[in-house]
Design a protein around this ligand. Sequence first.
Ligand code: ATP
Ligand code: MG
Length: 385
Amino acid sequence: MERIIIIRYCEIHLKGKNRNYFESLLEKNIRKSLSDTECTIERAQSRYLVKNFKEADYPSIKDKLGKVAGIHSLSLGYEVKTDEKEISDCAKFIMKDKQGTFKVETNRADKKYPKNSIEISRDIGGDILESNPMLTVNVTAPEHICNIDLREDGNTYLFADTVKGIGGMPVGSSGKGTIMISGGIDSPVAAFMMAKRGMKLVAVHFHSFPYTGEAAKQKVIDLTKIVSGYAGEIDLHVVPFTHIQEAIHEKCPEEMMITLMRRFMFRIAERISEKVGSQALITGESLGQVASQTIESITTSNAVVKMPVLRPLIGFDKLEIIEISRKIGTYETSILPYEDCCTVFLPKYPLIRPKPERVIEAESKLDVEPLIEEALKNVQVIKLG
Ligand code: ATP
Ligand code: MG
């Protein structure tokens, strides 16, 4: 009887070559997340098994694996040879300190085993009842479930609890995207959502020193670091944005400030992406949340870039976004007070439905290209994760 952690992934969409690629990437990411933990990792049929770990390390292993995209669920359990006595002894051991109601649930991938899953559940359930008088059977709403999983390779796993992973696809399986990250609640969540779908991330932050100070920058560094717990290493590009804001402020109508700023942000983020091999921009926008997130505003900022702009939160309500940000651990940092580069020059009445012709006309007063080049020359890259 050997102590194991069973790692499961979602296999429905995995076929042929795709499957191999997915599995090796997931294995690499699992190994990386447990690189500081004493343990061994094995690939089994449609599962990974962690073995040779210290029992006391389980909570930290669970936390680490809980951040690996592609993991569907995990269970702490035991592995035995597929043999009736071994299975029965292990099941009795797992259930020995439990009281209340229980049932046995059997999954038999090993079709050579002489009993079917219903017979196994019934017989092992009988053994457990005999050995632990504190338990009674309840098949509809049991307090405890003893799971028995007979694998094709002659081994059986037994476990009594399962925790959910974050699901999704292993990071690295869906290309590379550039998260435009502010110090707010939304963009770190957007970054997490894309990492969960398998994207490697690069981050770009626009900083308006001295209007926004070191603390605001540190906050973005801290948020990016938390996201890197899910996404792996992230290079954070901090772009000086002050001159661009000052130029817009000086030469363009006040109500266009945000619209024009966002067009600069998109252009610069696209240039950085092209340089580092990133294939898409990612923002934390949610439709209608603020003036700059109406469909008209989105259209005017999209118009200046060719890359796809992914907006994983577009259909989410603020409360739904907050719930995810609490789960992934960015909320507490996001709500720390700070000055946002967008609030410094905030107009009293920002345009809610900017007209493309008017935006282009306003922008013609600016030396767009030199401003972009100057900002790009002074980018600071911070490696995180
Ligand atoms: P967030 O909570 O992510 O700050 P928000 O609700 O404040 O979003 P906006 O200020 O309109 O919304 O920003 C929309 C999106 O634009 C952000 O989610 C982010 O992707 C990007 N963005 C805004 N400010 C910056 C910045 N200073 N640097 C980089 N990206 C930014
Ligand atoms: Mg914001």
